[in-house]
Design a protein around this ligand. Sequence first.
Ligand code: DX5
Ligand code: ZN
Length: 220
Amino acid sequence: MSTLIAPSILSADFARLADATELIKDADWLHFDVMDNHFVPNLTFGVPVMKAVHAVTDLPIDAHLMIEDPDRWAIDYAEAGAHNVTVHAEAVRDPITVAKNLRAAGSLAGLSLKPGTDLADWSEVLPHFDTLLIMTVEPGFGGQAFITDMLDKIRSARRLVDTGHLKLLIEVDGGIAADTIEAAAEAGADCFVAGSAVFGAADPAAAIAALRAKAAAARA
Ligand code: DX5
Ligand code: ZN
């Protein structure tokens, strides 16, 4: 299985998003953090900005919707060309219908869990999803410290995927950097979102390569 690195443009210069896509062109996915000031206490961008970014990069867009009422809004991101659209378990009302609609629109369907949300409560809907995004910080802001307690949740997800024969990609988001990525990879994550560790680096391309090498070595 491949190791995916998904830089979050939340940590990029918002006045230069096209340049940001250039800096990360060797990445696997472009992580796009949508925040609505309601589900989380921060406000970023939505479909029009995602379309503009999509138009200037070949990177698949990984839309992470930290918003209320994803049942109503998620489909717009799939129709606008996102490769994967992730909704939050704490906000979604009908996860199976949302997942079906996302897939029908040509996108992967993702489910995200905040640190306090139990994986066991969601195991029955996981067969309907393609990606599981485990938050390793409280959603809302970049640059926070990785919550080490989440390693157990990643291990449980890995066991669930392997023993349940699920085709579910396990993604981790929050505080992923050179000093945390190996632990997350060993615990069983497949895809690594990194904001400040990539855009805060003097050389983002080198940071991506270093993160990928560490994750791949830890998974081997
Ligand atoms: C936080 C976002 C993350 C954020 C990660 O709510 O979902 O994607 O950009 O940033 P870092 O890597 O700096 O923790
Ligand atoms: Zn995110």
